[in-house]
Design a protein around this ligand. Structure first.
Ligand code: IMP
Ligand code: MG
Length: 178
């Protein structure tokens, strides 16, 4: 199907499942070439659940591990304002070689928070892998080591990405029709 309707919006086919598969194979090759020792892949939920499961099947680094995290916000009890917390990592990750798996990096706000929370746990090395990247929206200086595909500032859904929580299960990636 080249067009789909999700709630009130029409989306058109943008990146097919075949192309996604090729992109991920290429990314996995590049990560495998980096020869990280006992890497800990950290997939950022919910968006990266399909990306993580597909790329991990193509990773052949020895002693690779995977964990899943979620960035949760809560209101601090004493301080005012939003506090961000990583949930999902309950073991010691100090000294580890981390590969963060993201579905999409837009402004980079989420990435910045994840990187600073990981750094506070004294990891050895942090590599960033994202399936999609919006260079025109990115406002941070953090290097992104592995980029699947650069895309314009269009809103996309499918393959983990949601529009108001729906569309994550779609096999292809669609963009909002203008
Ligand atoms: P950032 O913090 O601005 O980089 O945005 C990251 C988060 O915003 C992603 O993890 C997604 O959840 C969401 N996001 C950004 N762009 C899109 C999009 O085009 N479609 C769906 N979600 C998006
Ligand atoms: Mg996300």
């Amino acid at each position: 199907m080249s067009e789909i309707k999700l709630k009130d919006k029409i989306f058109e086919l943008f990146i097919s499942d075949n192309e996604i598969n090729d992109i991920i194979s290429q990314m996995a090759n590049n990560i495998n070439d980096a020869v990280l020792k006992n890497p800990l892949f950290i997939a950022v939920l919910n968006g990266s659940f399909l990306f993580a499961s597909d790329i991990m099947r193509k990773i052949n680094l020895e002693n690779a591990e995977i964990s899943f995290i979620k960035l949760a916000s809560y209101l601090g009890t004493e301080s005012t304002g939003e506090v961000k917390e990583l949930i999902g990592i309950n073991h010691d990750i100090s000294g580890r070689n981390i590969v963060v798996l993201e579905d999409i990096i837009d402004t980079g706000n989420t990435l910045e928070q994840i990187v600073s929370l990981l750094k506070s746990q004294n990891v050895n090395q942090i590599k960033i892998a994202t399936l999609l990247f919006k260079p025109k929206a990115y406002t941070k200086n953090i290097d992104i080591d592995y980029i699947g595909k650069e895309i314009p500032n269009d809103f996309v859904v499918g393959y983990g990405l949601d529009y108001d929580q729906i569309g994550r299960n779609l096999a292809h990636i669609y963009k909002l029709k203008k």
